[in-house]
Design a protein around this ligand. Structure first.
Ligand code: COA
Length: 250
């Protein structure tokens, strides 16, 4: 479905890897679709107890592929792949563990708010430049971030677009544990294996109880998506996208 997303199994754990290093793991539409399908497949497969979401060395993800934003800004219709992925994250019945090494931008940061554990290397950087792109926070982050880290820090991350280093992200509870870059994936896999070894029904219920109520989360995602879709074709967003796309070509 996408050459840039791979899935593999290690015992009861599914590893979903974003693998587009030349674009710093910017996520295009087929990648969203492939990741959504992998998370849904895990939900339907009793042999899978948990999933690890991973990137490549130095790049977890540079966020949404800006070329796809441009296509919509120039009059294309928003397509469903991003929403499918966000919905799969928000409704996942199985634990999600992230292995972050390096850049985590835009949805590369906001998807972590749906993960139960986040292992990150010291060189990781978390940033959501939504406002600077003329956009608004997405993926339920406007609801999840203030609960996770408090309103002030959520504002700094989501509205001011401040970059959080690994220590700041850990202090904000976005990251569970900082692990040397060579060990991030092994640590994430080991955490996922431990989760996958727990009684699955109790785990699913316990996980549900600890997370924001699903109806509330899905409602917020719908509101964010409406604003985001409108913002994509705004003059503010078009100007920001063009500036990024023409970077280095002047
Ligand atoms: N969408 C599309 N392409 C992207 C991308 C994105 N989100 N992020 C990086 N790329 C591409 C770059 O255009 C470049 O492509 P090229 O080699 O064909 O010119 C390549 O990936 C490498 O990126 P580059 O900018 O040269 O690397 P860097 O290490 O100097 O900077 C980033 C990395 C991620 C800080 C920078 O690329 C960036 O700011 N990207 C945009 C992030 C963003 O705004 N995401 C959307 C959030 S909603």
């Amino acid at each position: 479905m996408s050459a840039f997303v791979g899935t593999q199994r290690d015992g009861r754990v599914q590893i979903v890897r974003m693998n587009r290093p030349d674009k710093k793991n910017a996520i295009d539409r087929p990648m969203y679709a492939a990741m959504a399908a992998a998370l849904r497949a895990a939900d339907g497969d009793p042999a899978i107890g948990a999933s690890v979401i991973a990137g490549v060395p130095g790049a977890f993800s540079a966020g949404n592929d800006i070329a796809d934003f441009v296509a919509i800004a120039m009059g294309g219709q928003p397509t469903g792949e991003v929403s499918e992925f966000i919905d799969a994250l928000a409704t996942s019945r199985k634990p999600l563990v992230a292995a972050v090494d390096g850049l985590a931008i835009g949805i590369g940061t906001t998807m972590l708010m749906h993960c139960d554990m986040v292992l990150a290397s010291p060189r990781s950087v978390f940033r959501t430049p939504f406002l600077d792109l003329g956009l608004v926070p997405e993926a339920g982050s406007s609801l999840l971030a203030p609960r996770l880290m408090g309103v002030r820090r959520a504002y700094a991350l989501l509205v001011l677009g401040e970059a959080f280093d690994a220590e700041a992200a850990k202090a904000a509870d976005l990251v569970t544990r900082i692990v040397a870059e060579a060990e991030v994936e092994a640590a994430a896999l080991s955490a996922a294996q431990s989760l996958a070894a727990k009684p699955p029904e109790a785990l699913a219920i316990g996980r549900d109880l600890l997370r924001a109520p699903r109806e509330e989360l899905l409602e917020r995602i719908a509101v964010e998506t409406r604003h985001f879709g409108e913002r994509l074709s705004s003059a503010e967003a078009r100007t920001a996208f063009m500036a990024f796309m023409s970077k280095g070509k002047g």
